[in-house]
Design a binder for this molecule. Structure first.
Ligand SMILES: [Ca+2]
Ligand SMILES: [Ca+2]
Ligand SMILES: [Ca+2]
Length: 402
């Protein structure tokens, strides 16, 4: 996120439309340009950045690092997002957002929408948060929650100073949920300024309605919408199917994130009974990826035989025989410890294990790094690229050197 000056030279990344995907990963990144950014013409030939630290090629020795407690007085935290004022926003599943600033959690909620959040079942509640790229100017932030009838709601709220009015809600999307589980929940603004949302296949087991492979439903998808071009939102003109769908064949993409440097999108897709997986949509993709569910679970046949051509297997997977049960997608480290630079960290909710992924060419190195006793609901990344773990038992931890 320190490298955003490079991006300010790219007018194609303006928030109000992206007619052509970024030409190559080396020219992409985040955050998107903002309204108060200086606008300069794109040089005829974009010069590769020279001041970027290289990605590490080897995993650091995890014994030299610790997960340091930040705060432990939360109720079921599920998301952590930074703002531009150095504050962390901590999301509690029951329907609250608390600020963390000056070294402590602010007890008075920043937002309380418990009155409309339905968290009757474990995978329901206030599940995801994303701040508008121009949050400093417009105060807009977006949440994903399960509400009336258990349906998925993606809504905008408006912050004003140290709180947000619950009555400022503008609903963008309401998606009927046939079962209480597999509601997805992740929300992310991409480097193109569009809002990406992960929706699960609707629930039950084995995708009984075939939602993952159906292009007639938003369930089992990654959505991509333009929150700036229309009210309540517009469909970007270059979406692959002419609607909100960006990618499909997903079971329950609970957490995903963009690499803040490259713009690659990493997705943790929760498996059925055997395989947990990490998928990737590279920067510059034109969308339309099919990640295989429910023909495939991880890199293995699941149901329905061969399935269509072109299904994309994960870049990493682990089996329930190794002790895991539910993958929690994380972030690519881009903080102050160069030995971690470029490593994608992810974990498992049930075992507390944390793995790292390093890209080397077209291949990926995957390594188990930490055994923790956390129930990992989510990872978080602050504005400086540092990484956090959220524990369902109420705590947040930061990755630090011992
Ligand atoms: Ca559901
Ligand atoms: Ca099925
Ligand atoms: Ca898959």
């Amino acid at each position: 996120m320190k490298r955003f000056l490079i991006l300010l030279l790219l007018p194609i990344l303006a928030c109000n439309g992206l007619s052509t995907p970024p030409p190559s990963p080396s020219e992409t990144g985040s955050p998107a340009s903002t309204d108060n950014s200086p606008t300069q013409p794109l040089p005829p030939t974009a010069t590769p950045p020279t001041d970027l630290p290289p990605n590490t090629t080897n995993f650091p020795n995890p014994d030299a690092y610790a997960w340091r407690l930040l705060t432990d007085n939360l109720e079921r935290p599920v998301d952590l997002q930074p703002d531009n004022a150095g504050r962390l926003w901590l999301v509690e599943k029951a329907g609250h957002i608390h600020l963390f600033q000056n070294g402590q959690k602010v007890d008075e909620p920043f937002l309380d929408i418990e009155d409309r959040v339905n968290d009757a079942e474990n995978e329901m509640g206030l599940l995801g948060l994303a701040l508008h790229p121009d949050f400093a100017q417009n105060g807009y932030f977006y949440v994903n929650y399960t509400g009336a009838r258990g349906d998925t709601f993606i809504s905008r709220f408006t912050a004003s100073g140290d709180s947000a009015d619950p009555n400022s809600e503008v609903n963008l999307l309401r998606v009927e949920q046939p079962y209480p589980n597999h509601n997805g929940g992740t929300l992310n603004f991409g480097p193109d300024g569009y809002l990406y949302a992960g929706l699960g296949d609707g629930g039950s087991g084995g995708d009984p309605e075939g939602n993952g492979q159906s292009l007639d439903t938003l369930l089992g998808k990654i959505l991509r919408i333009d929150v700036d071009s229309a009210v309540p939102y517009g469909v970007p003109p270059d979406n692959p199917f002419g609607d909100e769908i960006w990618a499909y064949g997903l079971r329950n993409p609970w957490r995903m994130s963009f690499d803040s440097l490259t713009g690659d999108l990493y997705i943790g897709d929760v498996g059925q009974g055997d395989w947990e997986e990490i998928d990737i949509i590279p920067a510059g993709s034109r969308g339309g990826e099919n990640f295989g569910w429910d023909h495939r679970e991880g890199a293995h046949d699941f149901e329905g035989g061969d399935g269509p051509a072109g299904m994309i297997d994960p870049i990493a997977e682990y089996s329930h025989n190794e002790g895991g049960c539910s993958v929690t997608g994380g972030y690519v480290y881009r903080g102050s410890m160069p030995e971690w630079n470029g490593i994608y960290l992810y974990g498992d909710y049930c075992t507390g294990q944390v793995w790292g992924l390093i890209r080397s060419g077209e291949a990926w190195q995957n390594q188990l790094l930490f055994g923790t006793d956390f129930r990992i609901t989510s990872f978080g990344q602050d504005a400086n690229g540092e990484l956090y773990i959220l524990d369902d038992n109420g705590a947040v931890y930061q990755l630090v050197r011992k």
